[in-house]
Design a protein around this ligand. Structure first.
Ligand code: NAP
Length: 268
């Protein structure tokens, strides 16, 4: 029987490529067409073999696809990754019987406008990082909604989604957030607190309807926007707006999935 198309991506390591070969053979035997690219028109499922970093790269290379994504963990941590290489047969059987749920993850969007009319948006599944060049500090006027809040000085600001709260955000002392909550977490990176500069030293949480406004104090400063590790350099930045985006990532989860059990096994 001819089935739908399944796209399989890997992080290119030997173990991931070995698992890809085994998986492709099993899926082909079941009648699926397996591809190494993604088409919004006919891909019904994306499989990513690797770690969390590989899943992030797959999401970006497929331009935040609408179809479900499942991760097979051959990486280190595996927060996004759902199944182990030993469970390929169980995964295919559960998939065919519809024994799964979809975890809809929210994403964060930064829109950058510059003096010369450049206006670009960047999406992050984990986070948007706003930082200066090399080890220079940056000075930013921060507003929440319409309210000016602070003049931030430090290494940068990280705006994390709940799904990204266990990544860079956690290393910076931010809180772990259950992905069922719809919020953004703004975590300062090495904020200065002197008589000259005053910044929040802890993370702040924003509800979905509020956006963060960021204006560099010196418009000729070089600013980097880093979405899930992808850097874009700007100068002459007039304004950066950061909001929860309408775009979602749909991760496939099976019956034993529990976010807090994952947190326990990965961190404690
Ligand atoms: P990388 O620097 O090669 O690896 C970053 C590490 O973060 C990997 O161990 C990765 O897990 C893990 N990770 C990614 N997303 C995660 C999540 N949602 N929850 C828990 N851990 C997660 O970079 P990369 O592989 O290209 O990934 C980009 C991400 O790295 C960024 O989005 C940022 O969050 C993170 N990062 C973290 C730090 C830090 O903690 N100091 C610094 C820079 C960037 P795997 O091993 O399973 O791939």
């Amino acid at each position: 029987m001819k089935r739908g198309c399944i796209s399989v991506f890997t992080n290119g390591t030997d173990i991931s490529l070995k698992n890809r070969s085994m998986l492709v053979e099993k899926l082909s035997n079941k009648g699926y067409e397996v591809r190494n690219d993604y088409s919004p028109a006919d891909t019904e499922l994306i499989i990513c073999i690797g770690g969390d970093g590989a899943l992030l790269r797959t999401v970006h290379s497929c331009n935040f696809p609408d179809c479900p994504i499942i991760g097979i963990n051959t990486g280190h941590l595996g927060f996004f990754q759902e199944i182990s290489p030993e469970s390929l047969d169980d995964f295919i059987s559960d998939y065919e019987q519809g024994e799964y749920s979809i975890q809809k993850l929210s994403t964060v969007k930064a829109t950058v406008t510059t003096d010369n009319g450049r206006c670009e948006s960047h999406l992050g599944l984990n986070e948007i990082l706003i930082k200066g060049r090399h080890s220079y500090s940056i000075h930013l006027d921060i507003s929440i909604g319409e309210t000016p809040i602070e003049r931030f000085s430090g290494d940068g600001l990280l705006v994390a989604t709940p799904a990204g709260s266990t990544a860079y955000n956690y290393s910076l002392g931010g809180s772990i957030v259950d992905p069922r909550l719809k919020l953004l977490q703004v975590t300062p990176i090495a904020p200065m607190n002197t008589t000259a500069y005053r910044s929040f030293t802890s993370s702040i949480l924003l509800p979905a309807e509020l956006s963060l406004g960021v204006t560099p104090e010196h418009s000729d400063d070089v600013i980097y926007i880093v979405n899930d590790g992808i850097e874009t350099e700007y100068s002459g930045v007039k304004k950066i707006g950061v909001t929860i985006s309408d775009t979602h990532v749909r991760l496939m989860r099976f019956k034993n999935y529990d976010f807090w059990n994952k947190v326990k096994t990965k961190f404690l």
